[in-house]
Design a protein. Structure first.
Length: 105
């Protein structure tokens, strides 16, 4: 196991600052540990969805406007109705990828 190799190297007196092998192994161990934490810390946000964003190259939309179409109606838990479009304020935030955004209304 990689983490056991790291412990052995550290106990033998090697330091990540001066030993590139130890540094690379520690980086792998920490990356895997952080990935596991990221999966456990996933938080669901009520009334939100993921969407793909495309720039308005034709200039149809006004400033501060977005056009959103759902492949299936969006279920509004507050009203119990399905929505085919939104006609209200929305918050669009970028998440990890430049093409992925989160929509909260």
């Amino acid at each position: 196991m990689v983490h056991e190799a790291c412990v052995t190297l550290l106990e033998s007196g090697f330091l990540p600052k001066t030993n590139i092998t130890l540094r690379n192994k520690l980086k792998d161990v920490l990356t895997k540990a952080c990935d596991k934490l990221g999966e456990k810390l996933h938080v669901s946000i009520a009334r939100s969805t993921s969407m793909m964003c495309i720039a308005d190259d034709l200039g149809i939309l006004e400033e501060n406007e977005v056009s959103i179409r759902f492949s299936k109606p969006f279920f509004d838990e507050e009203t119990g109705m399905r929505k085919y479009y939104l006609d209200e304020d929305v918050l669009v935030a970028r998440v990890s990828s430049p093409l992925t955004s989160v929509l909260i209304f």
